[in-house]
Design a protein around this ligand. Structure first.
Ligand SMILES: Cc1ncc(COP(=O)(O)O)c(C=O)c1O
Length: 374
């Protein structure tokens, strides 16, 4: 079995890269000149990209103030710490959402976003649930284009990684009683990233902690869904697993998803993934993989999947923006370790190749999914 240190794309590595990048920026007293934004690439060791925060040049901020119901003009500002009222809605009541998507550089020098309107829609859905105003799809995409353009030199060379873009929507106005804030901030920062998880995944079915419940917030990307899974995930990692696989809380029998990714199983040529019922995050990679698989003539079913089915699945894989499509080599359930086929000639690899090909411009995008940064 892999040890925890094999599984995690070493957080120590990510921290040291962050420290080096901060040090590089601090060496120049004038932050605005720490790197020449006209240079094609920022000074970074592109061969050693991990998945940790690296401070880049600009972030994007847009506000919805008390008297307005809508977000208005946003601006690019230098990347850095933000002012936050101690009684803000996000700090006190967790009124916040985040998104995650990538910009990739193609071999012929273009920069592509992948289905950004899907992230905009998911943010809007989440905002509705969390009593927050949200940017329009046009505002969201315009902001993404601005932040990528302003930080072009941080988009890794083709094949070295992606610029991971993190939009945040938060209640930034002060509140004391438990209620929605009066002011909101939409902020986007980004960081160059490499591989999220090195190697295949070894999961354990989580039988004590639950991630979501019907009527709750499992289907949206609110920060609180993540803080509450740190404990089971940390415990699983300490035992050498890469992540946990959550069960539904109603029957405690059906698999739902991992802590930051959706799950698929392959059995007798049918690809199945848990249906979106409100407790699972509707992943954009999940949706794209379903669509690609159908184009490739695989049969795909969105349905309840009893954990018992893990015993006779042939392949299992997880999907998400960060990890793309990651094969699962084993799942431990009720004390038994079940192993799956991974590597060459697997369905997971086939789907991954198609998806990353479209995302990086190596395969023609017949789906109309990519958006070029002009
Ligand atoms: C809980 C959870 N499920 C699934 C996903 C995958 O979603 P997507 O493919 O949109 O990245 C994520 C990704 O952030 C996640 O956090």
């Amino acid at each position: 079995m892999l040890s925890a240190s094999d599984c995690v794309l070493s957080e120590a590595q990510a921290h040291s890269q962050y420290a080096a990048a901060v040090e590089a920026s601090e060496l120049n007293e004038d932050h605005s000149t720490h790197h020449d934004v006209n240079k094609e690439y920022a000074d970074l060791n592109w061969d050693e990209l991990g998945f940790g925060p690296i401070p880049i040049d600009y972030m994007y901020v847009m506000k919805c103030t008390k008297d307005e119901k809508y977000f208005s003009q946003g601006t690019l500002t230098r990347f850095g710490n933000i002012d936050m009222n101690p009684s803000s809605g996000i700090l006190n009541y967790g009124q916040g959402l985040f998104e995650g998507l990538k910009a990739n550089r193609t071999e012929d020098g273009r920069i592509l976003l992948f289905r950004p309107e899907q992230n905009a829609r998911r943010l809007q859905m989440g905002a509705e649930r969390m009593c927050m105003p949200s940017p329009t799809i046009e505002q969201f995409i315009h902001a993404l284009k601005q932040i990528v353009n302003a930080n072009k030199s941080w988009v890794p060379p083709p094949g070295k990684g992606s610029l991971y873009i993190r939009p945040l929507l938060m209640g930034s106005g002060p509140v004391l009683g438990a209620m929605p804030a009066a002011e909101y901030t939409f902020l986007i920062f980004a960081s160059p990233v490499g591989i999220y998880h090195k190697g295949t995944l070894n999961l354990i079915v989580e039988e004590k902690f639950y991630r979501a419940f019907p009527g709750g917030t499992g289907g949206i990307k609110t920060a609180a869904n993540y803080a509450t899974v740190f404990k089971p995930v940390t415990e699983a990692k300490a035992k050498g697993f890469s992540d946990v696989l959550f069960l539904d809380v109603t029957t405690r029998k059906n698999i739902e998803e991992a802590s930051t990714s959706n799950i698929f199983i392959l059995k007798k040529n049918v690809i199945s993934t848990p249906a979106i019922t409100g407790t699972i995050l509707p992943g954009i990679t999940r949706k794209s993989i379903i669509e690609i698989a159908r184009v490739l003539d695989y049969q795909v079913k969105e349905r309840d999947i009893p954990a018992e089915e893990l015993f006779d699945a042939e392949e299992v894989f997880c999907t998400g923006t960060a990890m793309v499509v990651n094969p699962v080599s084993s799942i431990t359930y009720m004390g038994k370790r079940i192993e799956y086929k991974t590597g060459v000639n697997t369905v997971a690899q086939n789907l991954r190749t198609m998806l990353t090909g479209i995302q990086t411009g190596q395969i023609e995008d017949k789906m109309g999914w990519t958006v070029e940064i002009a």
